[in-house]
Design a protein. Sequence first.
Length: 433
Amino acid sequence: MEKDNQLFEKKKIGVYTVFSAREVYETLKIEPINIILCEYHLPKIKTSTFLKKIKTIKPDVELVFLSEGATLSNAIDAMKDGAYDFYEIPVKPRLLATVIEKAIEKQLLFLEKIELEKKVRGMFNFEDIHGRSKPMQYVINLISSIAQKNTNVLITGETGTGKEMVAKSIHYNSPRASKPFIKVNCGAFNEGVLESEIFGHEKGAFTGAIIKRVGRFELADEGTIFLDEIGDMTLSTQIKLLRVLQEKEFERVGGNETIKVNIRVLAATNQDLNKLIEEKKFRQDLYYRLNIVHIEVPPLRDRKDDIPLLVSHFINNFNEEKEYAIKGINKNAMQILLNYTWPGNVRELENAVEAAMALAPGHVIEAKYLPSFLLLSQPQHADFYQIPQHFTLQEAEKEIIRFTLEKTKGNKSKAARLLGIGLRTLQRKVLCA
Ligand SMILES: Nc1ncnc2c1ncn2[C@@H]1O[C@H](COP(=O)(O)OP(=O)(O)OP(=O)(O)O)[C@@H](O)[C@H]1O
Ligand SMILES: [Mg+2]
């Protein structure tokens, strides 16, 4: 295995090993995967379903099936379903490496074609970023004016505002679009692991470093590296990062060989870096290097005009992904979405739409299918009761009666009718209150 890995490394091919279809889907979503090598007879899932699903997640990924004792008709079926190639096990690593290189070449041609088409049309393809509000138009214009330039960009904004989406759209609208976009979540690893993730390590660099590892900076060569949650990086890793930014070279952990890279750096955080600088938790010189251009993604509460557009975008997405048949959302439900302040921003809205779509039995999202936190948080003047969680049933009843009487301007007969109880019952309850 190590020998095979060495061969792949020599050819600068990073390898991820997973053990289930679900892991393949998850990895595809977050890692820069070009090729999947996979056993033809998968347990628990039909090969055609598997192929369809991975093509939905990443249309340009290529799949090579390997199989022991497969028939010619299996191979023909797989190719018809869109597999790139099919090999009988055992297969020589050298042959595999060549197949992989060929598949990557095919992808690059595909990406170059798209790039060319975009240039011919003379426009950027920003359709994935939904937002017609003024603040989002400003962000989109800023992206389009800097994407083609080779500057580093710092993207800030609250959680769930779309920072990663902005980073991707910068990369995919830059001359580096056909080269890798590599993400590192700086908050997800402790210091040692993060350094080996970023810079790679040599065999034997530390206990457990059984084989040499190519780091993400190397994988991102000629492309873009996206340093997410940069505010979580420790000071000692910040110094090493600063050197790469200044000198464009580094060594793998435990190694002497100097590796030169040509990389564009995008960084993101939801923390206040100026405050971290004041607290001496973030280096000012690194901040200046990263913050050549600053993009602040506004919170959703400051661009509520975008909510209807985002909702219909998410409805389309989930209809496709989960095979739902929702046609829209009614006025009441939309008003509730517009009234809410969305502390979790676009991601929270996306989750709310998904939850409502799962519950709605018909073709329309109605208010009652929205998550309960949205219904409870509505302002008093809307058509909803506001009942704090700690209320007892009796207190809640009192609140509902009070609210209804307020609405009927004290008219008890009308209130009783609205509440679905008799006038006498209502009078008794008011007396007891
Ligand atoms: N303008 C937008 N149009 C369409 N989808 C969006 C938009 N903004 C964000 N999203 C969606 O919202 C979700 C959150 O976006 P993203 O991951 O880019 O946010 P983030 O700012 O990086 O969040 P965090 O700080 O939590 O990492 C994603 O599913 C993304 O596709
Ligand atoms: Mg993010």
